[in-house]
Every structure is written in C-alpha cells, then in structure tokens.
Design a binder for this molecule. Structure first.
Ligand code: ZN
Ligand code: ZN
Length: 336
C-alpha cells in the first residue's frame, strides 16, 4: 500500500512539473512554428561568405530552415544538411535566384526547393513578359516560385504583377538596403503591389526575406546583412515537403520581428494572437481589397468577424518600435 502511495505521489509530481514547465503535448502531427529565410546568397554568386558559414549563422541564430538562392546557380545542399541538419534540427533547401532583366529593368525570381535543376533566365521584351516566361520555366523544376523585390529598380508595376500567373509568393519585405520596399515618388510600395495582385483575384502569399549577401559587415546600414525579415511556417515536421506544403497553402506569416503565438482563420473570422514583448504596444490592422483598412485593434488576441464584401482579409501587426508581421490573406466563404 505504502509503495503504491509513493508511486502515485511520484506520478502526480512528475505531471505537475511537466505542466508548470509549460510543456505542450507533442506527437508526430503537432503543429509548430518554424522560422526560415527564403532568400540567401553565398560565395557561389555575389555573397561574401561560404555556404557553410552562411548556414552556420542562421542555425546559430535559431532559425529552423534556410533556402540558398544564388544568382543563376544552384548551390548543392546535401553536404550542408549532413553537417548541420542531423536529427531534423535544421533544414537547408536548394534554390536559385533566377536573375534576369528586360528593358534594362531587373527581373528576379526565387525557386524554393524542387528538383535542384538549374533554370536559365528566359529574357523578354518587357519586364512583364520576362516575369511570365521565367515563371513558366521555373514551375517544371518543382518547388515554389517567389517573385523577388518587385520595386528593385522600380522594375515591376502593379499591372505587370496582376497579369502574372503561376507564382506562389511575392516579397513584401526584402532586407537589401536598395530595393524600395516602401512607396515613394507616387509609386506604390511592395505591400501595395501585393494588395493589387490580391484585389485582382490572385492567390499569392507575402514573404519577408533577408536577401542576405553580407555576413562580414554587420555594423553597416548599407550591407545586405542577415536577420532582417523572415517567415514563420506552421507545420508538423521540419521536412521540405511539410515546409513548402504549408507555404503553398498560406499557413505562415511574414515578419521583421513581431511574432505571433496563434493565427486562426475560421469560416466566420480571422484571429491573431501576438507574442507580446515587454512594454511594446501593438496595432493590428485587418485589411481587405484595395488595401483598405477594414478594422483596427489595439489588443491581443485581435479578431475580425467577416461581414461580406471584403474580397479578402489579411492582418498586419505593427509594433511601437517599427517591427511588422503580415499574415496571409483569407477569402471569406472559401475553404482554406
Ligand atoms: Zn535579386
Ligand atoms: Zn537576391
């Protein structure tokens, strides 16, 4: 009897210890958030560091995955995964920045994952034509197609992007210092270009990335350094299939530093729960077609109930220190 009592006490204490440590039930299908960067250069194009140094930086900064996207070159990842990704602790995905130009404007797109086959830039008379020709050449490689920094060189207009078909992702924030993420001179910013695509009826998801070129000048504001923009992807496992599958479904958010603990798209509403930090304050905007702000909230969780006629609904969280998170659009009435 006495042994049983001690045993039961031991079990209760063990359970209590687990609960107080905030342990969540874990299993093969438990969804988690994985942090990743989808745009990274190495010495295999115009980056300043070896693939190994680059992968080590991201792994040491507690990222979960990294896509290597050198200009018109597929950096091999098998050896890197053998060194840095044992026991699914990290994942390096192959990729390429298909780097093209048309009418003297840069047209750049990333392939994320896929077969690893090299896609040559396809050219075109206009940026819009080059954009579509490259997307069409990239899709057979498998993986996802990401339209990069649309305002680099003010290359891609809203009409160019609205006419494009087949891309999965578009950069709404890119950490390179010369890509014009924001509007200026009467021209729209990258986020407004995304709204134009969404308003036109496309299903395309917004990405924040580093476009990392330089590890060796961390003090310089002119350097395209690491750690400026990333995605948080909700998946059960850290595998290429699970990560790219979740991104293809829009089960992720883009961020420059604001993190979420939860994000729920229900049939009748969209709810965002912020991982609040210290004394930082937050504003949540729910945005619909035309980029119009439908509603604003100042506390978390923030919930927007669909009223009909929004076209799409997405949330943008801006904090009092200038950091931002962008969730993906949902179309009320459409199954996710
Ligand atoms: Zn580029
Ligand atoms: Zn790049």
């Amino acid at each position: 009897m006495r042994a049983w009592s001690i045993f039961i006490l031991f079990v209760l204490l063990t359970v209590a210890a687990g609960a107080s440590a905030g342990q969540q039930p874990t299993g093969p299908d438990t969804l988690r958030w994985f942090k990743g960067n989808t745009h990274t250069h190495t010495l295999n194009s115009d980056g300043d560091s070896t693939p190994e140094d680059v992968v080590r930086w991201y792994r040491e900064q507690r990222y979960h995955f990294l896509v290597l996207t050198d200009h018109n070159f597929v950096t091999p990842v098998d050896g890197l995964n053998a060194l840095y990704a044992a026991d699914a602790r990290f994942l390096v995905l192959p990729g390429e920045e298909v780097t093209d130009q048309a009418a003297k404007k840069p047209v750049h797109l990333n392939v994320l994952g896929g077969s690893g086959m090299l896609v040559q830039p396809q050219g075109g008379e206009t940026p819009a034509e080059a954009l579509q020709r490259n997307i069409d050449a990239m899709l057979p490689a498998g993986g996802l197609v990401q339209i990069n920094h649309p305002n680099f060189g003010w290359a891609l207009s809203a009409a160019d992007l609205q006419s494009a078909r087949g891309a999965h992702l578009v950069e709404i924030f890119n950490g390179h210092p010369q890509v014009n993420n924001l509007s200026g001179g009467g021209l729209p910013g990258a986020e407004e270009l995304w709204d134009a695509m969404l308003t036109g009826g496309q299903t395309i998801y917004g990405v924040a990335s580093d476009d990392m070129h330089e590890l060796k000048r961390p003090w310089s504001k002119q350097a395209a350094g690491p750690g400026h923009g990333w995605v948080m992807v909700r998946a059960a496992r850290l595998t290429t299939e699970a990560i790219l599958g979740a991104m293809a479904r829009g089960d992720f958010y883009a961020t420059t530093g604001v993190e979420l603990t939860d994000l729920q798209a229900a049939t009748d509403s969209l709810t965002v729960t912020i991982k609040e930090q210290g004394s930082t304050k937050y504003t949540v905007q729910f945005i619909g077609k035309g980029g119009h702000v439908l509603e604003e909230a100042a506390s978390s969780p923030a919930r927007y109930v669909f009223k009909g006629g929004e076209g799409y609904v997405r949330a943008k969280v801006v904090d009092s220190n200038g950091l931002v998170a962008w969730t993906q659009p949902v179309r009320p009435g459409a199954a996710r």
